[in-house]
Design a binder for this molecule. Sequence first.
Ligand SMILES: [Zn+2]
Ligand SMILES: [Zn+2]
Length: 275
Amino acid sequence: MQLTLLGTGCPSVDYKRFGPSNLVSTKKSSILVDCGSGVTQRLKEAKVSTANIDALFLTHLHSDHIVDFYQLIISSWHSYRVTSWRVFGPKGTKKFVKKLMDTWKDERTLRIKNEQRFSIQAFNVKVTEFRKYGKIKIKDLVIEYFTVDHKPVKYAYGFNFFHQNKKLTISGDTKPCENLMKYGQLTDVLLHEVFIEDEIHTFSKMRTKKTLHNVKAYHTLSTVVGKVAKITRCRKLVLTHFVPTQFNEKKLIDVVTKDFGKKPIIGKDLLKITI
Ligand SMILES: [Zn+2]
Ligand SMILES: [Zn+2]
């Protein structure tokens, strides 16, 4: 199984770190996890056609994770996709997809009529909403989903991908939570979000102490993520979803290594990890 980091950023724009998105693939299957800003450009760079993606899994419905959804759909049609999309996401995904498809309906109708392509299946989006916990099999991959704690976001999930006795855990956006430590046990690779303390400061009235406090409160701090990883006893820790997107790498590695006992991998857009 291979993990490709497509976007390792956060809502702040950074041309080196695009919006959150990851691809999990094997020889037989490819699953996209989230579709943040720039996802289709990164897929193109990674030489993965949107026509061949088996399913899209959404960790939660924060805009940085789903903002390029329509771009993904339309771009897949332009990449000659002839199959419908399967989307798995939290409660609210059906409503989100319906509203978005409705927003673009007039434009789409005109385009379909004008372009006269063989298939319009790419616009057929089948949504399955998660329960609290479950397992889904897609070709040779088994995906286990479990709730994480990203409150006040009500529905947020982490994922385990299983393939040939290997396990990949994706934290999604979360503060330290028991479920992640439970389901992430002995994982081969833990891909975890991080909020880097001391690298983000108040900015006039637009980023107050209260703003910082609230944002920090639903993420996992750099001074904590190594401890979480240690509890999971993961083989490798890969960090992503960097808030902020630019920071002192050496300092972050040192802080996390102290807690984890091993050196973490600092994720970068288009980094590939074989598991
Ligand atoms: Zn979030
Ligand atoms: Zn996020």
